[in-house]
Design a protein around this ligand. Structure first.
Ligand SMILES: *Cc1c(COP(=O)(O)O)cnc(C)c1O
Length: 365
């Protein structure tokens, strides 16, 4: 048998398999450090007791799509938006949405702006697009990407706040991209931590597609729930190709539970934002400015220390961070945890920095 040759180079795109041992603190995946409270789990459980698990979910998930639209109208009431279910697609994580987007638009090329989330490139290549890379500038911002658009361009992916650099992308630059008329996907997986959104541009730009996820700010990474928000025409096209029951009834009930109680989530978001700002300040110049729930650390800023050594040092101290290769080789991403976790991270970090010439050598390998 013969496999598709494109699969040869695909190992590197997948998240690394870093399920960790007991006693470790995982600050590597940008998850929410707080599990759902027992009270909310009980509400979820009550909903499940009233659900027929033997039946398939509703075919087009109209009920939950309408609930999500209503929730978004209220969550973003400051923007006066008026979404309904025809603007929403729900799926098994926003990754699933990316895999549909690369199927519905024509063109030969997808524009991505590295360093950014790898899955845009992964799904684009998998669907036969070539990937045109327009790197972020030295402030990790997009600049004039509209100039890269030509008749080959199928779509543009922008991540804001960007993973892994953590910064928001300038709305003015996103609007320039939108003005080309090319489909522009803005991935707002972390936008709850910046309290901004491009959602108010939907009514003026039918080519704008927004991705959101319940995995990060809403703390449901284990549940797998992502949403796409766009113009009706785009949603209609995706509904044609969408795997019919990818939003299962358990996920649906969990999302219902969360959006009916989202005031509790807002408290957790504010806690994380406060912790992020505190940690950034303490870390000083090594920390890139972040609008997300993680901070990218740049070890080019400290002479004599390498990201590799820092990563190994923390691993030895039972804290898992995210490391990179290529252009980000000397950077490390740390997810904001609970106060206690962040404190432990910071104490270890300060200890390392003050002693690094003595102890760092042993962590270089
Ligand atoms: C985590 C993340 C997502 C969310 O993925 P899910 O499949 O919804 O868990 C999407 N985009 C970016 C940039 C992310 O970092």
């Amino acid at each position: 048998m013969k496999f598709n040759p494109i699969l040869e180079s695909f190992e590197e795109y997948k998240p690394s398999n870093t399920n960790i041992n007991e006693g470790f603190i995982d600050l590597s995946k940008n998850e929410n450090p707080f599990d759902l409270s027992l009270d909310l789990k009980k509400i979820f459980f009550q909903k499940i007791t009233e659900t027929n698990i033997n039946r398939y979910p509703e075919l087009t998930a109209d009920n939950i799509r309408q609930k999500i639209a209503t929730f978004l109208n209220s969550y973003f009431s400051r923007y006066n938006i008026d979404l309904d279910m025809n603007n929403i697609v729900v799926g098994n994580g926003s990754d699933e949405m990316i895999s549909y987007l690369v199927k519905i638009f024509s063109g030969n090329e997808v524009i991505v702006c590295p360093p950014t989330f790898e899955m845009y490139e992964f799904y684009s290549l998998l669907n036969g697009f070539s990937v045109k890379k327009i790197p972020l500038n030295t402030n990790y911002e997009i600049k004039d990407i509209d100039k890269a658009v030509d008749d080959q361009t199928g779509m543009i992916f922008i991540c804001s706040p960007n993973n892994p650099t953590g910064n928001l992308q300038p709305q003015k630059e996103i609007v320039k991209a939108l003005n080309t008329g090319t489909p522009v996907i803005v991935d707002e997986a972390y936008a709850d931590f910046s309290k901004t959104s491009m959602i108010q541009y939907l009514k003026d730009y039918p080519n704008l597609i927004i991705l959101k996820t319940f995995s990060k700010a809403f703390g449901l990474a284990g549940i797998r729930a992502g949403i796409l928000i766009a113009n009706e025409e785009i949603v209609k096209q995706i509904m044609k190709i969408k795997s019919p029951y990818s939003f299962n009834v358990l996920t649906e009930k969990m999302v219902e539970t969360i959006i009916e109680n989202y005031n509790l989530i807002l408290e957790k978001i504010d806690y994380i934002i406060e912790e992020r700002n505190k940690l950034s300040k303490e870390l000083g110049r090594v920390a890139l400015k972040s609008d997300a729930n993680f901070i990218l650390l740049d070890f080019d800023k400290i002479e004599g220390i390498t990201a590799k050594a820092v990563y190994n040092y923390f691993l030895e101290n039972k804290i898992l961070l995210r490391k990179y290769s290529g252009t980000l080789e000397n950077k490390i991403r740390v997810t904001i945890g609970t106060k206690e976790e962040n404190q432990k991270f910071l104490t270890l970090f300060k200890e390392l920095i003050s002693n690094y010439d003595k102890q760092i050598k042993s962590y270089e390998h």
